[in-house]
Design a protein around this ligand. Sequence first.
Ligand code: PLP
Length: 432
Amino acid sequence: MTTDRNQILFERAQTRIPGGVNSPVRAFKAVGGTPRFIQRAQGAYMWDANGQRYTDYIGSWGPMILGHGHPDVLAAVQQAALEGFSFGAPTEREIELAEEIIKLVPSIDMVRLVSSGTEAGMSAIRLARGATGRKMILKFEGCYHGHADALLVKAGSGLATFGHPTSAGVPPEVAQHTLVLPYNDIEALEAAFHTHGNDLACLMIEPIAGNMNFVRASVPFMRRCRELCTQHGALLVFDEVMTGLRVGLGSAQGVYAQLIPGFEPDMTVLGKVIGGGMPLAAFGAKREVMRQLAPLGPVYQAGTLSGNPVATACGLATLKAVQQPGFYEALGAKTQALVQGLTEAAHAAGLPFCGDSQGGMFGFFFLPELPQNYATVMGTDGTRFNRFFHGMLERGHYFAPALYEAGFVSAAHTDADIATTVAAAREVFAQL
Ligand SMILES: *Cc1c(COP(=O)(O)O)cnc(C)c1O
């Protein structure tokens, strides 16, 4: 009989919940071993069912940019909960949050709040199709936009091929209007627009792709995406569910606007940080596009819990805190120190290793140089990654349990936390 509470809970969970988890990556399938059942978290740390403490580098996969249990956020959530959980009628905080989002993301004139990134991405596609009167959508291999049917599609074998479903239960007919291209491939992009440009409702992209660990769209590639969308009347949709308010106050579009003068996407999908850990996401665009949405226009979209009062309170308090002067500078410096420390430690152990970061989001690879697309990411040494992951976990440092996932640092992480993690990594690298 084991006394490992994680193991006991995992076995119990598996009898009642498929795989024992409510989102697949939590099951540790890629890395093996027993998932940690988290009991509580505070600041930069979480504790599992055995009482073991971890420095948290997943931050609920992005939302917890302030760390866990930030006092201002807690107070806002407690107050909101006292006032009522959900009304199914409009509230003032929804306007406040919309105003805040529009202030922070100037490419957005109007915004609709929903409850998950999946819902936001799915609705954005419907709106793009409704607004343009076109069927076809373009996405890139390795980018994740939630699990809506039309978006669960992987690339075919050729360059500009239509994708096939990555999931059972998605009829090929549903995926047949989704064109999938390799990321950062300008030639394939131009060929696809040449053939299908005038049938495309939108091009959807993770500008810094955190669902293939950390891969930036190159500046020439992004510039071409913008030009081709404009030329052909397709909407450029930025999926910033992960990067929004995570890589900087200007989000990823702010990063590209600094490199490409006048750059703006047509539509933006947000989630994660804007909810501060509560179920909240959003999509927004220019007024004329958003006016196509019900009840103003013909594109239907709705939600019982959309704009939930407790979630908006959490999101507003989080967005207020990230606007403190110097917030992203400090967060970015700590994240950079982590990536640099890991890189130096790996190189000292003679391992191929590289990493990148922007704001509080980072990625690293057991590769000599940063990959530019999904195929290269998946060429990473999985065995080595898994041994690294478990070595770190045993030492109390919780990284994402899959090599294709990004990592996150919060404002609650201290320089000492980063240094302790790098010291642990040095030990682990030496054994690889
Ligand atoms: C997390 C994520 C989603 C999906 O959001 P959920 O809230 O998990 O549905 C969509 N797009 C990107 C880029 C994400 O990182």
